[in-house]
Design a protein around this ligand. Structure first.
Ligand code: NDP
Length: 376
C-alpha cells in the first residue's frame, strides 16, 4: 500500500493514533498540522519528514530542510486544500476544524473525518461540496465507522433506523443531586475511551452523542425520527443498523480508535491491525439501556437543534464549546453546561445558512452570546 497521508490535528489524541497506524501500515506522511503544540509537531516533523507542516497558533520551530513550515490559520487553510495527499485525516478539535475540513473536501480527495463539529455546523454544505468536488468522506468516529461498515452492500431503502450506542460516560448511574457536585477530574475520567479533553467532557454530558446524531443524519441521509441512541456501557457494539425486516447489523470490537482509523486508511481493503482482538467468552455480557434524558439534557438539546435546522446547530456547538471551556477552567459547574447551551439557543434568531462564511459569523456571535450566560 502506498497512500500518502496528511494529518490535520496531528498533535491530538486522534492525530497521534493516526500517525501510529500510518506507521504500522508503512504509509508516507506528506503533511502535518497542529494548533499550539510546537514541541510535539517539531518532533513529528523530525520523525516523519513531511513535505509541509503548519502550526496554526503556536511559536516557530526548527525543521529539516525537506519540510516547508508555515504558520497561522491562513497557512492551515492553504495546505488543507493543496496537500499532495491521497487521504487527509481531519482531526482538529472544535469548529477550528471546519475550514480545514471544508478545504480538504474541495480538493476532491478522500477525507477521513474525525472532526464532528464540521458536520454539526455545516452538514448540508459539506455533503453538497463532497458530491460536487467528487470527494469521499470516510467517518472515523467509531459509531459512524460502525454504521458505515454495516451499510456496505445494504440498499438505503432497506434501512429502517440507525442505533447509535453511547457508553453513558462516567456519570451514567449518578443521581441528579450528585451530578451538581461533579469535579473536572471526575468528568475527565472516561470509563472506556481515552480521548481529548473537549470530547471527554462532551461524552460525560451526552452532548457528544447529540452531536453524533446530527453527524449521522448528514453522513447517512437518515431522518432524525429514525436515529435512536442506546446506552451501552461496555463500548463493544459501536453502533447498529436496523433493516426493514427487523434484522439488526452491528459492528463489534474493543474500544480503540486505531481500528476505525486503520480501516479509513486501508479501505477498500482490510489488513491485520495491532489492536487486540475481542474475546466474547471473556466478556460474558453486553448490556443496553435507554438514556436518562431528564438528567442529561444536552442530548435532547442537540437533537432538537438538529431538527430545528437552519443556524441552530451552529449555535448549539458554539455555546457548548464556550461552556465546556468554562467548566474546564472551573468558572461554571457541570450542570451549567446544558443551562448555557439552552439559554444561548433560546436567545438566537435563526437564519438560513448558505455558505461557510455565514457559519463562521454565526459561530462568533453565538460564542459572545454564550459568554454572557457564563457570568464572572
Ligand atoms: P485533541 O484535543 O486531543 O486534539 C485536537 C487537535 O486539534 C490537536 O492536534 C490540536 O493542536 C488541534 N487544534 C486545536 N485547535 C486548533 C486550531 N485552531 N488550529 C489547528 N489545530 C488545532 O482532540 P481529539 O483528538 O480527541 O479530537 C479531535 C476531533 O476528533 C474532535 O472533533 C473530536 O470530537 C473528534 N473525535 C475524537 C475521538 C477521540 O477518540 N479522541 C473520537 C471521535 C471523534 P495542539 O494540540 O497542537 O494545540
Amino acid at each position: 500500500m502506498s497512500k500518502r497521508v496528511a494529518v490535520l490535528g496531528s498533535t491530538g489524541s486522534v492525530g497521534r493514533q493516526a500517525l501510529e497506524v500510518a506507521e504500522h501500515l508503512g504509509l508516507s506522511i506528506v503533511g502535518l498540522a497542529a494548533g499550539r503544540n510546537a514541541h510535539l509537531l517539531a518532533e513529528q516533523v523530525e520523525k516523519y519528514r513531511p513535505q509541509w507542516a503548519v502550526l496554526a497558533e503556536g511559536e516557530s520551530f526548527t525543521a529539516p530542510a525537506c519540510t516547508e513550515v508555515a504558520y497561522g490559520p491562513e497557512a492551515l487553510a492553504h495546505f488543507s486544500r493543496w496537500h499532495q495527499a491521497d487521504i487527509v485525516i481531519a482531526a482538529i478539535a472544535g469548529v477550528a476544524g471546519l475550514v480545514p475540513t471544508w478545504n480538504a473536501i474541495l480538493s476532491g480527495t478522500t477525507v477521513a473525518l474525525a472532526n464532528k463539529e464540521s458536520l454539526v455546523t455545516a452538514g448540508e454544505l459539506i455533503m453538497q461540496a463532497t458530491s460536487t468536488a467528487g470527494a469521499t468522506v470516510i467517518p472515523i468516529d467509531s459509531e459512524h465507522s460502525a454504521i458505515w461498515q454495516c451499510l456496505q452492500g445494504v440498499e438505503r431503502q432497506h434501512v429502517y433506523r440507525l442505533l447509535l450506542t453511547a457508553s453513558g460516560g462516567p456519570f451514567r448511574s449518578w443521581d441528579r443531586s450528585r451530578l451538581t457536585q461533579v469535579t473536572i477530574g471526575d468528568a475527565l475520567a472516561h470509563p472506556t475511551w481515552k480521548m481529548g479533553r473537549k470530547i471527554t467532557i462532551d461524552s460525560a454530558t451526552l452532548m457528544n452523542k447529540g452531536l453524533e446524531v446530527i453527524e449521522a443524519h448528514w453522513l447517512f441521509g437518515v431522518s432524525y425520527n429514525n436515529i435512536e441512541v442506546v446506552i451501552h456501557p461496555e463500548s463493544i457494539v459501536h453502533s447498529m443498523v436496523e433493516l426493514t425486516d427487523g434484522s439488526i447489523l452491528a459492528q463489534l470490537s474493543l474500544p480503540d480508535m486505531r481500528l476505525p482509523i486503520q480501516l479509513a486508511l486501508t479501505y477498500p481493503t482490510r489488513v491485520e491491525s495491532s489492536v487486540p482482538r475481542l474475546n466474547l467468552s471473556q466478556l460474558r455480557q453486553l448490556t443496553f439501556a435507554d438514556p436518562r434524558l431528564d438528567d442529561f439534557p444536552c442530548l435532547n438539546l442537540a437533537i432538537e437543534a438538529g431538527r430545528a435546522g437552519r443556524s441552530y446547530p451552529i449555535v448549539l456547538n458554539a455555546a457548548n464549546e464556550v461552556a465546556v471551556e468554562a467548566f474546564l477552567s472551573a468558572r461554571i459547574g457541570f450542570m451549567d453546561i446544558p443551562r448555557v447551551v439552552r439559554q444561548t439557543l433560546e436567545a438566537h434568531n435563526p437564519v438560513q445558512v448558505t455558505d461557510i462564511d455565514t457559519v463562521l459569523e454565526i459561530d462568533l456571535e453565538a460564542r459572545e452570546s454564550a459568554k454572557g450566560y457564563i457570568g464572572n
